[in-house]
Write a protein that binds this ligand. Structure first.
Ligand code: NDP
Length: 295
């Protein structure tokens, strides 16, 4: 069998960002607002700082306004909720993202649920989760949405396909499973207590790996020809004392077996911010009486 097609998430995301930039220009030309995205970070987690900086940079590159709020690590929950309330009522802010993880004195669910669901561009608020589960129109979490876009691009119609989602977190595994169900896949969810995981994997036409366990999915776990979406981002030490990023799938072993596969880096990762911009654009349209689908 031929080697798997490598799904180029980096190129896909670059095209998506360019499309969004065009739509933002068209919105302004029709008398609409400049979409505004507020990104809030509490504390100085270095990975979060890189993410929030990239989010702000790409927001501006797409022609939107970026409002960045960097708060000290000792910020109280009350003060963070007060900021969220101000942003909820700020007409120039159409999307609000509070970067996770938050320091221990703050309950992330209390903050997420305080965000106006219309501005919840991460799609983590219970109202948006409820819409996803019940089939209503809400904001879809960015990484799961990115996975779905790559899958549809690779496979077209997903109807009837057998999908296995490894990982059941609220921000990745569960929303991906519900999105695939909405596409009429037959969905199985696996997690750390799943028995015979390799066997479950071998039945899947679509395999989503979102466990945070480096190179856990071996080549022999993959059904020949399956489409593999590797969400994992894990930094591991190399033999020469340096470090590199790897996914949850042993990419080299998967390549001769899978039909298509996302690499790490350059697969799902770049899709997350592109989908965030898409959500922010759609939020700005809906809040100001424009149909995002009309662009
Ligand atoms: P979590 O740690 O919240 O969840 C991991 C899930 O994987 C849990 O449901 C856990 O099961 C399951 N799991 C852990 N070990 C095993 C195992 N040995 N076998 C089967 N299942 C297992 O992680 P996230 O969902 O937040 O993230 C998952 C991965 O995706 C990470 O590598 C993260 O870095 C990456 N990520 C990438 C993003 C991007 O591309 N932009 C965005 C977000 C995340 P249980 O519930 O039983 O504990």
């Amino acid at each position: 069998m031929a080697e798997a097609v490598i799904i180029d998430g980096k190129a896909f995301a670059a095209n998506l960002r360019a499309e969004i930039a065009q739509k933002v220009s068209a919105l302004k030309a029709r008398g609409g607002p400049v979409p505004g995205l507020a990104v809030v970070q509490v504390g100085e987690n270095p990975a979060s700082q890189i993410y929030t900086r990239n989010k702000a940079k790409q927001t501006v590159e797409a022609g939107m306004q970026s409002f960045k709020h960097d708060l000290p690590a000792e910020t109280s929950q009350e003060d963070l909720l007060a900021l969220v309330d101000r942003l909820n009522h700020d007409a120039n802010v159409h999307g609000i993202l509070v970067q996770l993880p938050l320091p221990p004195q703050i309950d992330p669910n209390a903050v997420i649920d305080a965000i106006d669901p219309a501005k919840d561009v991460d799609g983590f608020n219970v109202v948006n989760v409820g819409c996803l589960v019940t089939g209503g129109e809400g904001m879809i979490p960015c990484t799961p949405l990115g996975c779905l876009m790559l899958l549809k691009d690779a496979l077209g119609d997903l109807k009837g396909k057998r999908a296995l989602v490894m990982g059941r977190s609220n921000i990745v595994g569960k929303p991906i499973a519900f999105l695939l169900l909405r596409e009429h896949c037959t969905v199985t969810m696996a997690h750390s207590k799943t028995e015979n995981l390799a066997e479950e994997c071998r039945r899947a036409d679509i395999l989503i790996a979102a466990t945070g366990q480096p190179r856990m999915v071996r080549g022999g776990w993959i059904k020949p020809g399956a489409t593999v979406i590797d969400v994992g981002i894990n930094r591991i030490e190399t033999e020469d004392g340096k470090s590199k990023l790897v996914g949850d799938v042993a990419f080299d072993e998967a390549l001769p077996v899978a039909g298509a596969i996302t690499p790490v880096p350059g697969g799902v990762g770049p899709m997350t911010i592109a989908c965030l911009l898409q959500n922010a654009f759609a939020a700005a349209c809906r809040q100001t009486g424009f149909d995002p689908e009309s662009f």
